[in-house]
Design a protein. Sequence first.
Length: 692
Amino acid sequence: MTVTSVVRAACPHDCPDTCAMLVTVEDGRAIKVHGDPAHPTTMGALCTKVSRYPERTYHPERVLHPLRRVGPKGSKRFVRVSWDEALGDVAARLQSIAARDPEAIVPYSYAGTMGLVQGESMAARFFHRLGASRLDRTICSAAGGAGLAATYGGKVGMHVEHFAESRLIVIWGSNSITSNLHFWAFAQAAKRNGAKLICIDPRRTDTADKCHQHIALLPGTDGALALGVMHELIGNDWLDHDYIERHTEGWPKLRERALEWPPERVAATCGITADEVRGLARDYGSTAPAAIRLNYGMQRVRGGGNATRLIAILPCLVGAWRHRAGGLLLSASGWFAPRVGDAALKRPDLLGGRRPRTINMSTIGDDLLREADERLPDGSRFGPRIEALVVYNSNPVAVAPESPKVLAGFRRDDLFTVVLEHFMTDTADEADFVLPATTQLEHLDVHTSYGHTYALINEPAIAPLGEARPNTQIFRELAARMGFDDACFKESDEAIARQAFDPARSGIAFDTLREHGWAKLQLAEAPFANGNFPTRSGRCMIDSPTLGIPDHVPNHETPATTPELAARYPLAMISPPARHHLNSTFVNVTSLRAIEGEPLVEIHPDDAVPRGVVSGALVRVFNDRGSYLCKAEVATRARPGVVNGLGIWWRKLGPDGTNVNELTHQRVTDLGAGPSFYDCLVQVEVAAPATA
């Protein structure tokens, strides 16, 4: 007799949708994952990627036993060992390094799971107790987050459901159909009710195709466009003077700066027409309620933080925040921040007064190659050489910028590397030990979201496959072997999950999540209708006490800022995600890879023809940092002067064992010290003729 059950779950991946899922289990095996139809933002739908989650969980290449390297680094030669041997050896090596200097040990993690339990709870406790170097987790959203916090006081914004009522929606720096599917459902509802949709993006994405208008600006010029919109709002008096007076600080200074950006100057900077600037401003200034869905694509350039500040100011100028369907959404994570027991989860008190250095994850390539006490550009000292790296919830060899340096660092013979993983990724290939971690279907977790305002629970649907263990258990057992006897290392996953949501602080009870699967934060429908921004004054900070007023900051690499470099590498490159990848996750899922095809660069006909590039040709995309082989697609999805290197493929799946991060650099953004992935000059040449 077949025993069937349905288990409540949550999507763990780095996506604003954080879907509520239902997992159908038959005789202990997960056979189906689908969206919870009762959840107000999931509405029963999952993206193609996550709907294939059982295929990923039961993948024949899943790592299910601890592995120890036996060949040279990069040889991909490993043998199976017991957990006892693996944990014993790892603990002994870490203890030996820590005895000299614990800051020589560096954790490296990001959002392979965004769960509060399996992400940074027991792991953070372990590294705090150890006194290891801290990691500045900048690789996705640091510039935008810093810009938003400087303006609004936190990463806060609209309720995503209310976009369905908007009359104008500006989708800025987002391919929502690919990366924010459930917002797109609300945008489509608004469109059916007569709303106008405008997409601002260098690439003509699937989303741009479905909007009424696409403004294809040059990468890194979003701040200039925002200033141009302000110029027209001022000139035509499309301003809400009362809202500006009551609920902003510093507008007069920025007003003077905006008047220096007439449409003609903006057009020349952004590579668009002056009429596009005027039209955008007219639509935005004369339509209510108007809403902006800002996403992280636009802030992965040198001036990403300033651009975010400028765009975030726009809703205040026209009084869009007066309406629940007006305003802006970049991230909702700030609504959760004061309501989640972050200190209880991570226990920074375990540092005991120590203040370890911080390593920026976006510069890991340089940092792995630094010598002890090397002088840094700011004049400070680096500290001890990195001797050990513990990687979990991330794949830095594939995803970190300037990967030739990252790979060289990982292949140092004197670097001890431990990787917690599901598969033998590019990073796992370089490890000394690979420890098998559970997937979302195999462990307990609780989740917040950065795209909506619901907390969710993820119940384990199946027993862990093979010898896989949750991240929490791995770090719990490492702590025990290293003699860490603090009570917090003995807490169960459920105890940790209950600490995340204290009902007195959050209004959410763990038992409520367990019963219903999800719970909504209690927030105002129109949160900033009367100001009340989470700044010290309660006003939108246009003139920041520490940053001044925002401005357009040009890219690190442009014809204007680096003319000699641009003469050799005349094409700007952005590297947005391929539709069926999520960063480097899902790249090895057979059915999804079959849909996606192979590594690809999109190039406009105007740039392809003089280079002899045709669709299907193998091309070399290159600059001083490296060279990347991939197939070309000649299409107007790329605008003239810009190529789109779709990512992020595992390096070993590329024609020459590289991926698009062979070409990106480690220079950081103006705010937040984030990576400038989309601020990159390249050249393209034919490497081999097109194939049928």
